[in-house]
Design a protein around this ligand. Sequence first.
Ligand code: SF4
Ligand code: SF4
Length: 96
Amino acid sequence: MEKGGIIKHNQEKAPKTGDWRYLKPEIDAAKCIGCTTCVGFCPEAVMEMRKRSEQESEVSAQFAKEKEIVEIDLEYCKGCGVCAQVCPVKAIVMKK
Ligand code: SF4
Ligand code: SF4
């Protein structure tokens, strides 16, 4: 592989972790500013940005209303908590 090449995550080959995961990340729509930081750090590549729902836009901080919000595929999330650690505004909380 050439230097700087990107290894793409193949979700079809990834094990489903939803059954044994101990902690589950929860996004606080009122805090998320749509910065995408967590997406790049997730070791399972299960985070994606999506459009905010009307309800999520209502509770979002003024400057975040037009931005996307992050969504997690919990079927493949292993609950490692990296996303919660790197979020600059602590919009992700790990829950049992
Ligand atoms: S807990 Fe870990 S695997 Fe799950 S979304 Fe966050 S960084 Fe990704
Ligand atoms: S959850 Fe945190 S790190 Fe992820 S997009 Fe929202 S503000 Fe950024």
